[in-house]
Write a protein that binds this ligand. Structure first.
Ligand code: DX5
Ligand code: ZN
Length: 221
């Protein structure tokens, strides 16, 4: 299984965002992680649909939205219109999770679910049986801010999720997000994550090309 690196623009310099996005694309990155935060579900505020709309013509990369908002349903049509390819919603934010994920898929995007560190994955069983979950994102920090330390418990959680997926022949992607760096990326890949979100470690010292290359080299990508 090939590993995908998904840089999060949360760590970018927003005053020259289009340039940073172009640099990532020129480094061979295919997937861009977009952290939408509303100041309610998490205390931080980032950006919304309008910024995504303006970024869309600047790159061909897949847009992967991670919604840290209290009302994800209200954003889905707009995200589709803005050209987003996949949308992951927090289990903790959705009153009717099945419906929300199904709506994302029906709009022609890939529907994913996100689990906070303290949230179990077992409640996803019936949704997984219906094959509507395209991705499960395991948060390896509490959501809201970049630059936090990886929570060690996440490794076991990814392993358990990967085993559960294999035992039941589910085919969702396992993504991990938070505190990933050159010292722990191999651990999460070995545990079973195939899509790795990286914020600060990709934008470190603003050496985007070098940082991407370092991750690639380490993983033999
Ligand atoms: C945190 C966000 C992450 C964040 C990761 O709530 O979901 O995507 O940007 O940043 P790092 O890699 O710095 O932990
Ligand atoms: Zn994220």
């Amino acid at each position: 299984m090939t590993v995908v690196l998904s840089p999060s623009i949360l760590a970018a310099d927003f005053s020259c965002l289009a340039d940073d996005v172009k640099r990532l694309e020129q480094s061979g990155i295919k997937d861009l992680h977009l952290d939408v935060m509303d100041g309610h579900f998490v205390s931080n505020i980032t950006f919304g649909i309008d910024l995504i709309k303006h970024l869309r013509p600047k790159t061909k990369m897949n847009f992967d939205a991670h919604l840290m908002v209290t009302n994800p349903d209200a954003l889905l049509d707009g995200l589709k219109e803005a050209g987003v390819n996949s949308v992951a919603v927090h289990v903790e934010a959705c009153k009717h999770l099945y419906h929300t994920v199904e709506t994302i898929n029906k709009l022609g995007m890939q529907g994913g679910v996100v689990l906070n560190p303290s949230t179990n994955f077992e409640s996803l069983k019936y949704m997984a049986e219906d094959n509507i979950i395209k991705k499960v994102l395991v948060m390896s920090v509490e959501p809201g801010f970049g630059g936090q330390a990886y929570l060690p418990m996440s490794t076991k959680k990814i392993k358990d999720l990967a085993n559960w997926k294999d035992e039941n022949n589910y085919n969702f992607i396992i993504q991990v997000d938070g505190g990933i760096n050159l010292n722990n990326i191999q651990t999460v890949v070995d545990a079973g994550a195939t899509d790795i979100v990286i914020g600060s470690s990709i934008f470190k010292h603003r050496e985007l090309e070098k940082n991407v290359a370092d991750f690639r080299k380490l993983l033999n990508l």
